[in-house]
Design a protein around this ligand. Structure first.
Ligand SMILES: CC(=O)N[C@H]1[C@@H](OP(=O)(O)OP(=O)(O)OC[C@H]2O[C@@H](n3ccc(=O)[nH]c3=O)[C@H](O)[C@@H]2O)O[C@H](CO)[C@@H](O)[C@@H]1O
Ligand SMILES: C=C(OP(=O)(O)O)C(=O)O
Length: 455
């Protein structure tokens, strides 16, 4: 397995970021306007969906992030021709889809979580698939048991090898009744990408219904799929014989929007996030307001700002949509260190997502992590030995320190911590942030941050 430093270098290099560290002089409010592109958690899946079409697809608002680069590389080793159109536009031509050579595919092992979603499309197109080791953030065990079970339900034969997973479907894939034990985003996408061309009807219960999944459904419908989203997390898919390419503008990145909103609050700043929309951020906006943040919703984006006065503590439980998204908690925790009183964040989606708080504590925050489900709701992790509830007592003034990015969202929270701290901080392994934040260095510059690049 790659070390964190290798990961950071790989992700940084993929988007042309040649530095490992940023030295930040904190204490300056972030102010100005930035623009969002499409969501990391949709764009990469939309790219995979292009394999299902029998003509090229055009995807707009594709961000320059390393996860997109990695998926592009994987598509190319499978014979998909990927070209760039206008700014932020990718043309994906699947007419040459072929089995990848092991050596080529190995180069992509361990880089992102997306390879597992190639299974259904490749089984339809080629009758076989080989999936290398998966990467993604190290925030828990992240098993793929639901994915494998789903694929077996459709008739795939799954063989686990030391280097990855081999799959075949000698009799083709057939629609199935599938029930997920937990509304997993990835496993729901696995069902969608497999069921659309499977013979017959698929009924998925216990589905995840995140906005990025709904946008993937929009794309599949444009391609010719028949998908019904019922109440109570049930999705019905009627398999069709062929799909065509799509043209689609990707849904904006609501996780990036929430991150910049938290940055505005923690630095007492004022950031207009172009492209952000209210509907997909309702839950975040409620919490942001309760903490004492202010926002103005405009047609072309949302202005997030600190209106003055004291920030207030909150109790949050992360959850599947429409709950408070797990990817929002890390940046917000930095703002909560400045709230007067005791906040609690109960992480119910991943068992180990509080690794990033060690650095905040080193910077002067008062944060204790606990194994118990501290908000009252019992989650899957309550009976185990996982520190999955955090108690944040404030207000505290953070001070500069040398800190190391542990994962994508934790990394962004470290940037915010350094920007809001007194004095100088050095944040290393910043390449990991390039997995999901397009041009974050340029955006920091635009917002008036005081920093130097090093390493
Ligand atoms: C690329 C992408 O879109 N990543 C997002 C996606 O990750 P991802 O799709 O990996 O997350 P899931 O929704 O699948 O995971 C949720 C929970 O289900 C568990 N699980 C999942 C699959 C499985 O086979 N077995 C199993 O036990 C996971 O360990 C985790 O505890 O949704 C997460 C939850 O909104 C987000 O934090 C990630 O940003
Ligand atoms: C956990 C995340 O992503 P991934 O699933 O790609 O690791 C994230 O975007 O915060």
């Amino acid at each position: 397995m790659n070390t964190l430093v290798d990961d950071a270098k790989q992700h940084g290099t993929a988007v042309g970021l040649s530095v490992d560290r940023i030295t930040i002089n904190g204490g300056k409010p972030l102010q100005g306007r930035i623009e969002l592109k499409g969501a990391k958690n949709l764009v990469t899946k939309a790219m995979v969906a292009a394999i299902l079409g029998d003509s090229p697809s055009v995807l707009k608002d594709v961000p320059n992030i390393s996860d997109v680069r990695i998926v592009r590389g994987l598509l190319e080793v499978h014979g998909v021709r990927v070209t760039e159109g206008a700014e932020g536009e990718l043309v994906l031509d699947p007419s040459g889809v072929a089995s990848a050579h092991m050596a080529d595919i190995d180069a992509h092992a361990g880089s992102s979580r997306i390879p597992i979603l190639f299974c259904g499309p490749l089984l339809h197109r080629l009758g076989e698939a080989f999936i290398p080791d998966l990467g993604g953030c190290r925030i828990g065990d992240r098993p793929i048991d639901y994915h494998l079970e789903v694929l077996r339900n459709f008739g795939a034969i799954v063989e686990k090898l030391p280097s990855g997973i081999r799959m075949s479907a000698p009799l083709g894939l057939k629609g199935a009744k599938v029930s997920l034990p937990y509304p997993s985003v990835g496993a729901t996408e696995q069902v969608l990408l497999t069921a659309v061309l499977a013979e017959g009807i698929t009924e998925l219960s216990g589905a995840a219904i995140e906005p990025e999944i709904m946008d993937l459904i929009n794309i599949l419908q444009k391609m010719g799929a028949i998908i019904t989203v019922d109440t109570d997390r049930v999705i019905r898919i009627e398999g069709v014989e062929r799909l065509e390419g799509y043209t689609h503008r990707a849904l904006f990145d609501r996780n990036e929007a929430a991150s910049w909103a938290a940055a505005a609050l923690a630095t007492e700043g004022d950031i207009f996030v172009g492209g952000a929309r209210q509907a997909e951020m309702l839950t975040f906006l409620n919490v942001f307001r309760k903490v004492g943040g202010a926002f103005e919703i405009e047609e072309d984006g949302i202005r997030f700002f600190h209106p003055g006065g004291e920030l207030r503590p909150v109790i949050i439980e992360t959850d599947v949509h429409p709950g408070f998204m797990t990817d929002w908690q890390q940046p917000l925790v930095v703002a909560l260190t400045k709230a007067k009183g005791v906040s609690i964040v109960h992480e119910t989606v991943y068992e180990q997502r509080f690794g990033f708080v060690d650095a905040l504590v080193e910077m002067g925050a008062t944060i204790d992590v606990h194994k118990e489900c501290l908000t009252g709701k019992h989650c899957r992790f309550g009976q185990h030995n996982f520190n999955h509830s955090a108690v944040i007592s404030g207000p505290t003034q953070l001070h500069g320190a040398d800190i190391e990015v542990p994962d994508l969202r934790g990394g962004f929270s470290h940037l915010i911590a350094a920007l809001s701290a007194d004095g100088r901080s050095t944040v290393s392994n910043v390449g990991i942030i390039a997995r999901g934040y397009e041009n974050f260095i340029t955006k920091l510059e635009l917002l008036g941050a005081d920093f130097e690049l090093a390493g």
